[in-house]
Design a binder for this molecule. Structure first.
Ligand SMILES: [Zn+2]
Ligand SMILES: [Zn+2]
Length: 327
């Protein structure tokens, strides 16, 4: 039987989000319904609300979540009801050319649920990044569920589903940071601070946090940055450049080619931290349990679902690393 739950819906460009009744169908073949325990509010949710991602309103927001599998559809073998999972928005197909080449993080054919969740009047919802987890329950492809140790608190585990994974992965998977490296992280919000934590995990010798907001430099220092540079005051300098955020079509980059050439520079995009959820989520939860990765520090506040609009505004003001909705 389909169930009705509360979820955060964005109905139109720039309009405040609202908590609505959402219909979650029974899972079909290859699908799973997850009872969400915690979901971070990410800048991408703000982009959805502001029409920066697509015009497929109404959106069911939320894509950075952890919870418990409550039901699975036919043919699902990877997870069973009761499993504690982190949701991912790039469930790889395993058979496309990128997957076959051993680079599944570039998978061309990632999977989402086939059925749609809807409003009670039947209006289909577009789930943010194929997840839609700012809701008491959500329907996803079973491959979007990665089972992890249930000892990890949901609010901390949820953050691995997007921002923290993107940052740690940018340092470890994309940039390949290692001992004796000097790393500069430009922009130290949730993702940038995670890149600082990733560089520290990888053993970087010097980690320079660059931002124009001294609160964010302070947060990055607490996560392992050895130096802070306020770019509003001083002029920072770069080496290998890893681009983490998703650019808009009009963004361009202008750089001195001689410096790139003579210092062995490189420019790399980092797609979801080039992560493989099945490999990286359980590993990072283990590091958390061993107190080597302080995920709790990324949780600026825990809030109820009704305060999602306030949390989106806080992101816009740069006030938080992460607000996390806890159910
Ligand atoms: Zn693939
Ligand atoms: Zn996100």
């Amino acid at each position: 039987m389909a169930v009705e739950v509360r979820g955060v819906v964005s109905r139109g460009k720039g309009q405040p989000v609202t908590v609505e009744r959402v219909v979650v169908p029974d899972p079909g073949p290859g699908e799973a319904v997850v009872e969400v325990q915690a979901c971070g509010v990410c800048r991408t949710d703000l982009h959805y609300r502001d029409g920066g991602i697509s015009d497929d309103f109404p959106f069911l927001l939320g894509h950075e979540a952890a919870g418990t599998v409550s039901a699975v559809g036919a043919g699902v073998t990877g997870v069973v009801p009761g499993d504690f999972v982190i949701l991912n928005w790039r469930a790889v197909c395993g058979i496309c050319r990128a997957c076959a080449r051993g680079r599944p993080w570039y998978c061309f054919d990632t999977v989402n649920a086939t059925q749609r969740m809807s409003l009670t009047d039947g209006t289909p919802l577009t789930p943010a990044l194929g997840i839609g987890a700012l809701a008491e329950k959500t329907l996803v492809a079973a491959g979007q569920c990665t089972k992890v140790d249930p000892e990890a608190p949901a609010a901390a585990a949820a953050l691995l589903g997007c921002g923290v994974m993107a940052g740690i992965g940018a340092a470890i998977n994309t940039a390949g940071v290692t001992q004796d490296d000097t790393v500069a992280v430009f922009g130290c919000g949730g993702v940038g601070s995670a890149a600082v934590a990733g560089a520290r995990l990888a053993g970087a010798r010097t980690i320079i946090a660059v931002d124009i907001d001294r609160r964010k430099i302070g947060a990055a220092r607490r996560l392992g940055a050895t130096h802070g540079v306020n770019a509003g005051v001083e002029d920072p300098v770069a080496g290998t450049l890893v681009l983490v955020g998703v650019p808009t079509p009009d963004m361009r980059m202008d750089m001195p080619m001689l410096d790139l050439f003579s210092r062995g520079g490189a420019v790399k995009p980092s797609w979801y931290g080039d992560c493989l959820p099945s490999r990286d989520f359980p590993m990072l939860i283990d590091l958390y349990k061993q107190r080597r990765l302080d995920l709790d520090r990324f949780v600026s506040e825990t809030i109820p679902l009704e305060l999602a609009e306030d949390a989106l505004a806080a992101i816009g003001r740069g006030d938080v690393l992460r607000s996390v909705v806890v159910f």
